[in-house]
Design a protein around this ligand. Structure first.
Ligand code: TRP
Length: 348
């Protein structure tokens, strides 16, 4: 069996460092590992429209933003097919057939959908498109016969739902689709990076994100203003590192080389953490180190992004080429699906 990756993001905003450690950084590693036969990275504009149908300009504008973030982080169109979901209309057709294999109550029980519904205040007026997006996500994955889906933790219920649909399809119509598995970041701090304000998640609406496109000044301002441990008032007070976003970010980003370069009095994060926990280490020092680490990590990404942003027509051309290629692959799977379902009437 081939090793195939599919994953993607909704184009509803620029990507931030939570996306980076939660998924992007890993994707680039997997891309360059040489272990995968095919890699598909999808900009999920059709999915973004399920809750932004009244704001197509926002979705459109963010397609190039997300593509720039991808390329700046090291995704390479020579190795990964980067494409736009709505251009691959076979995905919509697959979704329609898969919908027969899912019940309304199953969709309503999907924990990620449940949380998102609450967040969006749909109350009694849930758009059907939104409720069924896990089915469309199954189409995204299966159209490319992906067995590996690198995602953040919040996507696990989507993968579970995809596996159920695949099993049900193969059981009814014969072995056709591939069951996918999720790949999560190994570093636990990367599963869900908290916001700079200490809230559980980075979110554009909360204004607590550090973006991949942020300037050096913006990064510094955001790091220096970060929430830490509210009970760590005097430097000598013992501090908490578990619920302290500055330490969680350091876990996600810092390596021993960073300590050597920017904070040589500690060999590694464990030593710094121990000092903070027993008292005697001020937030300022932690933040200064974190700022240095963030600057070093994000500077090359930002520079590359600025360079790429000078030629947006080239970005659209890259997306068009990727989308055309993706469409051919999806068309092949759709033909197999229709054959399995015995609705291939006009094939000889
Ligand atoms: N739901 C994903 C997100 O919010 C985007 C996405 C759409 C996706 N289809 C996918 C991710 C298929 C993995 C596989 O970012």
């Amino acid at each position: 069996m081939k090793n195939i990756i599919l994953t993607g993001d909704r184009p509803t905003g620029k990507l931030h460092i939570g996306h980076y450690v939660g998924s992007l950084r890993r994707r680039v590693e997997l891309q360059n590992s040489g272990k995968f036969d095919e890699i598909y990275i999808m900009i999920a504009d059709a999915q973004a429209l399920t809750d932004n149908f009244d704001n197509p300009d926002k979705v459109r504008a963010n397609i190039t933003e997300v593509a720039l973030d991808y390329l700046a982080c090291g995704l390479d169109p020579e190795k990964s097919t980067i494409f736009v979901q709505s251009h691959v209309e076979q995905l919509t057709e697959l979704t329609f057939y898969y919908m027969n294999l899912v019940t309304l109550s199953r969709l309503e029980r999907n924990p990620t959908v449940k949380t998102e519904l609450k967040l969006r205040n749909f109350e009694q007026s849930i758009p059907m498109g939104f409720l069924t997006y896990p089915v469309s996500q199954t189409a995204d994955i299966t159209a490319f016969k992906a067995n590996t889906v690198p995602v953040g933790e919040d996507q696990l219920p989507m993968l579970e739902q995809a596996r159920e649909i695949v099993r049900s399809f193969n059981g009814l119509y014969g072995e056709t689709l591939v069951e996918p598995k999720a790949v999560l970041p190994e570093n636990k701090s990367c599963l869900r990076l908290p916001g700079t304000d200490g809230m559980a998640k980075m979110s554009k609406s909360l204004g607590n994100c550090i973006y991949l496109s942020d300037s050096a000044d913006e990064i510094k301002r955001k790091v220096m203003g970060m929430y830490t441990d509210p009970n760590h008032i005097k430097v000598t007070d013992p501090g908490d590192t578990k619920n302290n976003p500055t330490f969680i970010y350091l876990e996600a980003f810092a390596n021993d080389g960073h300590f050597e370069r920017y904070c040589p009095e500690y060999a590694n994060l464990d030593e710094m953490r121990a000092h903070y926990e027993r008292g005697g280490l001020g937030d300022m020092k932690v933040k200064k180190l974190l700022n240095a680490v963030m600057q070093e990590t994000l500077e090359p990404i930002r520079t590359r992004r600025e360079e790429l942003a000078k030629d947006l027509p080239a970005i659209w051309a890259m997306l068009k080429e990727g989308s055309d290629k993706a469409r051919e692959v999806a068309a092949q799977t759709l033909a197999e699906v229709k054959r399995a379902m015995k609705i291939n009437y006009f094939e000889n």
